[in-house]
Ligand binder design. Structure first.
Ligand SMILES: Nc1ncnc2c1ncn2[C@@H]1O[C@H](COP(=O)(O)OP(=O)(O)OP(=O)(O)O)[C@@H](O)[C@H]1O
Ligand SMILES: O=C(O)c1ccc[n+]([C@@H]2O[C@H](COP(=O)([O-])O)[C@@H](O)[C@H]2O)c1
Length: 217
């Protein structure tokens, strides 16, 4: 049992075009593993390193709301959707820190694919001053970094201790053993375009929304 005066909360950023079980299931397992108090899902508006999403921001927000409606572990934060500038994570975390103060233990959740490209993020060196990184496994992505320098950075900041995540406000990287879901939003969009079923990949209310709004056709 982990007890700390301030609970460990996490932000889960993404494009969520659309949100799927590959987003939800691994982080539910992660929350149990590291005793997360709450996960804040934060859809971006202008993803920094990829084309604009197909669904607009209101539609992606609505799909997240439907996906998390029955699960109090999750809440939605729309601050990035309300910004028209690129959704740089470091700027979002700086804003959150201004609100929450410097002592609140705070984590940002990413998949393994995002960890591998993290050193191309805007002001990536500042991220661990602001948060811990919790990394979920993702099929097809290795757990080793591309270069020796990147691997050193990862090794220097890695922890396997849940207590350390709760004891410090930021600064650690935790590679979590989470269940593997071989799902991507890209594959789901392609399946929908081809009229293939997606029931096993997307929560039913989200799928109903997609069909009702004729998305990804
Ligand atoms: N199947 C999955 N397993 C683990 N992590 C995932 C999975 N799908 C997405 N993620 C993580 O969720 C976050 C948001 O991802 P994103 O919204 O871009 O989904 P995606 O399925 O990768 O989308 P796309 O196929 O459009 O690139 C990222 O950190 C990503 O690594
Ligand atoms: O800050 C950056 O430069 C940056 C670059 C790439 C991705 N991100 C964030 O990482 C999260 C996952 O991104 P994506 O593209 O996989 O949906 C999402 O919150 C993005 O805004 C952030």
């Amino acid at each position: 049992m982990v007890s700390s005066p301030l609970p460990l909360c996490a932000i889960y950023g993404g494009t969520f075009d659309p949100i799927h079980y590959g987003h939800l299931k691994p982080v539910e397992a992660l929350a149990k593993k590291v005793a997360l108090h709450q996960i804040t899902i934060m859809p971006n508006n202008v993803p920094p390193h990829r084309p604009q999403p197909e669904a607009n921001s209101q539609q992606r927000k609505a799909m997240v709301e439907l996906a998390i409606a029955d699960n109090p572990l999750f809440r939605l934060d729309t601050r990035e959707l309300e910004r028209s500038t690129p959704s740089y994570t470091v700027e979002t975390l700086e804003q959150v820190r201004r609100e929450q103060g410097s002592q609140q233990p705070l984590a940002f959740i990413i998949g393994q694919d995002s960890l591998l490209s993290l050193q191309r993020w805007h002001r990536w060196e500042c991220l661990l001053d602001l948060c811990h990184l919790l990394v979920c496994q993702r099929p097809g992505y290795t757990v080793s970094m591309d270069t020796a320098g990147q691997q050193r950075w990862l090794d220097n900041h890695s922890t396997t201790s849940v207590e350390e995540l709760h004891a410090a406000p930021a600064g650690k990287i935790y590679l979590a053993q989470t269940p593997l879901y071989d799902i991507s939003a890209t594959a789901i969009r392609q399946r929908l375009e081809q009229n293939l079923p997606c029931d096993e990949f997307v929560p039913a209310p989200v799928l109903q929304f997609i069909h009702r709004h004729n998305l990804y056709r």
